[in-house]
Design a protein. Structure first.
Length: 220
């Protein structure tokens, strides 16, 4: 087994230990999907480094501030693991740069610095779209104790809250983040995938409001 393959296997074990039983939509299977999406996108980009893409995708949510006491605590956890398992500091620096800046964070983070970062960011955002994205939205909402929808609250009320606030609704998250992701994709292949998944979410919302307002009762 070459060193890159060994590192990937070690990373898989580490990530499963950290996230296997997460119930907020950031579990091992989310990580695995993002890893596979990143590798798929990387094949379409000549300058991409598949190893850096895969390793960053595997480790990205171990550092997620939503799953740690703070953003820095999460980053430290990943950096300590990298330092313990990889002698090449260049690899550690490249992976840490990607992980530290790839989060949506209310749309406030700067652009990615490398094609590898763009690829991993696209892969993670693609998993927030479509049928999987809808499922993950409600999983996260349930894990955080937020309600599905409140028609008596205007979305303008939610927009004044902090991005990480748990006082918003699951449906608002579509407008706050998910429906914006299609236009934030970096790579051509991700843009194609995102367009299809975006359309599915829009259709889902139309059906959701139809059922909520009892408009789908067939005239009974």
């Amino acid at each position: 087994m070459n060193s890159e393959a060994r590192i990937i296997k070690l990373a898989e074990v580490f990530v499963k230990q950290e996230l296997e039983f997460d119930s907020s939509g950031h579990d091992w299977w989310h990580i695995d999907r993002v890893r596979k999406l990143a590798l798929e996108i990387a094949k379409t980009e000549k300058e991409a480094d598949g190893f850096i893409c895969e390793l960053s995708a595997l480790l990205h949510d171990v550092a997620d501030e939503k799953l740690n006491d703070s953003k820095q605590a999460g980053l430290d956890k990943v950096e300590n693991w990298l330092a313990s398992n990889i002698a090449d500091k260049n690899i550690t620096n490249r992976v840490m740069t990607i992980i530290a800046t790839m989060s949506y964070n209310g749309g406030q983070n700067p652009p990615m610095e490398s094609i590898d970062g763009e690829i991993v960011q696209d892969a993670d955002r693609l998993d927030a779209l479509g049928a999987i994205g809808i499922a993950r939205t409600f999983a996260y909402s349930g894990a955080k104790g937020t309600i599905i929808h409140n028609p008596e609250q205007e979305f303008s009320q939610f927009s004044k809250m902090d991005y990480r606030s748990n006082n918003k609704t699951a449906i608002y998250h579509f407008y706050e983040k998910l429906l914006k992701l299609k236009d934030l994709m970096n790579t051509p292949h991700a843009k194609e995938l995102a367009a299809r998944r975006h359309d599915f979410m829009e259709e889902y919302l139309r059906q959701f409001y139809s059922e909520w307002n009892l408009e789908d009762n067939g005239g009974l």
